[in-house]
Design a protein around this ligand. Structure first.
Ligand code: 5AD
Ligand code: SF4
Length: 481
């Protein structure tokens, strides 16, 4: 049976339904960040109007699209491996067309066509509306490339097809691009300059999701705290806005408040925050609204001031600590996670120890840790030698991973004997007799199913834990249902 849903415009609200007249089959898969997964839903929406339904079967696809990530070399290698697989399938199904979307498409542009003969189509993250034209070109036997980056939030008017959705949680994109220019990061080159989406279209999408029964949304952007709507245009051009535009501009704290108040029963999350852009008023809005989850993903990258400066992170270790202190003061039980890179150029054992002591101060709930991977074209690649031996990067990485494991276990054990509110998302991976969901701090909770169902808010009493999961038993519905 077709899994695919399509939308029909009805005023501002959108109705999902199977589109039986669609005859062509699209196989789309995504790698990298949540923004890529969200963008693939926009692509599916654009192509459903062109006669494509999605399929889970690669072998039956007329069109294969892979939404790619460039953040580390390994992410790119994974995509190259997938292209080999498509190549094998294409030998059996020679009419199948293959397109590359996302960050690798933007980074490599038409070079992709030379390097990977299987690729017919290369489309950057801001050019998906041009896909129907590009596919026509390909069908007429030409390769097609569009990697033009935009000055506007490009897809505010498109209602995404929710791919592989549990019908409970959804992503809503609010900003695109990044202006921060961290020296290690390829994102400003692949995603362009920062721009924000009209708050009205964000609220409409959130209301529409609520009407369809969704219970949780995550506001997405490379740097959500930097959100700024003043009528359109790049964030960097805000300085040239009219006095009226400046007076009526909407920042992230104001947007968060609007969304939380538009749907008081809906859980609101957001990602990713940048320490230098996160203001006190965002934390205050979180504290004042029960439906905004008590969880912040707050990448730090390093605990050494010297490294932070070299990475062009525009805050110090002390400033980061005072932000953490403010969060814990206003939201004592706030979950906090991090991203950290080991082995950035010139990182000494002392710098590494600074990272360890920063982690010990914060005791993060969880984190994402990476060995530095030099990315072509970035400031770091141009200015600094990648001088830390691979084995040193890896050793430091395993040290911080082990420490994080300890901290995660410490954090999960704080919940023992307590009752937490959980939104049920799916069956537990390990046992079909258990539900899996998350508490407000974003920690996974599993418990026996009983008569509860996906989408219920349930109070769960915690009796056991691992470093990553809370285990308990439901004690009744929460008052949020
Ligand atoms: N090498 C290793 N990790 C990186 N990240 C970004 N660029 C690199 C790189 N060149 C990590 C950062 C970022 C996360 C999304 O990926 O920690 O926050
Ligand atoms: Fe990967 Fe960054 Fe692009 Fe997301 S924005 S796909 S993390 S390179």
């Amino acid at each position: 049976m077709e899994k695919i849903i399509d939308e029909k415009q009805q005023g501002n609200s959108l109705v999902m339904e199977p589109k039986t007249e669609n005859k062509r089959k699209l196989f789309i898969e995504s790698y990298g960040c949540q923004m890529n997964f969200s963008d693939s839903e926009i692509v599916a929406s654009i192509l459903s109007k062109e006669g494509y339904n999605t399929t889970q079967q690669l072998e039956e696809a007329d069109l294969v699209l892979v939404n790619t990530c460039s953040i580390r070399e390994k992410a790119e290698q994974t995509v190259r491996k997938r292209l080999e697989k498509y190549n094998a399938v294409k030998r059996i199904n020679p009419n199948m067309k293959v397109g590359v979307l996302g960050c690798m498409a933007e980074r490599l542009k038409s070079k992709f066509l030379e390097e990977e003969k299987i690729v017919d189509l290369v489309v950057g993250p801001d050019a998906y509306k041009d896909l129907p034209n590009l596919i026509n070109e390909v069908e007429e036997g030409r390769n097609a490339v569009n990697v033009i980056l935009s000055k506007e939030e490009t897809y505010g008017d498109i209602s995404p097809v929710r791919l592989q959705s549990n019908g409970v949680s959804a992503f809503v994109s609010i900003t695109r691009g990044c202006d921060n220019m961290c020296t290690f990061c390829v994102v400003p080159f692949t995603r362009g300059r920062e721009r924000s989406r009209d708050p009205q279209s964000i609220i409409e999408e959130v209301n529409d999701l609520a009407n369809k029964g969704f219970k949780e949304i995550t506001l997405l952007g490379q740097n959500v705290d930097s959100y700024l709507w003043y009528g359109g245009g790049l964030k960097k051009d805000f300085k040239d806005a009219t006095p009226m535009q400046k007076a009526t501009a909407t920042n992230f704290a104001a947007l968060l408040k609007m969304v939380a108040e538009a749907q008081p029963k809906m859980r609101i999350r957001f990602s990713t925050s940048n320490p230098q852009d996160m203001t006190l008023d965002v934390i205050e809005v979180m504290a004042a609204h029960r439906n905004i989850c008590n969880y912040i993903h707050l990448p730090v990258q390093s605990g050494s001031d010297k490294m932070l400066k070299k990475m062009n992170r525009l805050h110090t270790r002390e400033e980061y600590f005072s932000l953490i202190d403010n969060i814990k003061k206003l939201i004592p039980d706030c979950g906090i996670s991090h991203d950290i890179i080991t082995g950035f150029p010139t990182e000494t054992e002392e710098d590494h120890q600074d990272t360890i002591s920063l982690m010990k101060y914060v005791k993060y709930d969880f984190g994402f840790m990476f060995a530095y991977s030099e990315r072509p074209g970035t400031m770091a690649a141009r200015k600094f030698e990648d001088d830390i031996p691979e084995e040193t990067k890896k050793r430091r990485l395993s040290e911080i991973v082990a420490l994080q494991q300890e901290h995660s276990k410490y954090r999960t054990s704080q919940f023992l004997g307590k009752t937490v509110e959980v939104l049920i998302e799916k069956a537990s991976k390990k046992s079909d007799a258990h539900w899996s969901g998350r508490n407000t701090q974003n920690t996974v909770v599993v418990f026996p199913k009983e008569n509860y169902k996906v989408g219920d808010f349930v109070n769960v009493k915690i009796s056991d834990c691992t470093s990553a999961t809370l285990i308990g038993e439901a004690v009744g519905y929460s008052d949020n249902n």
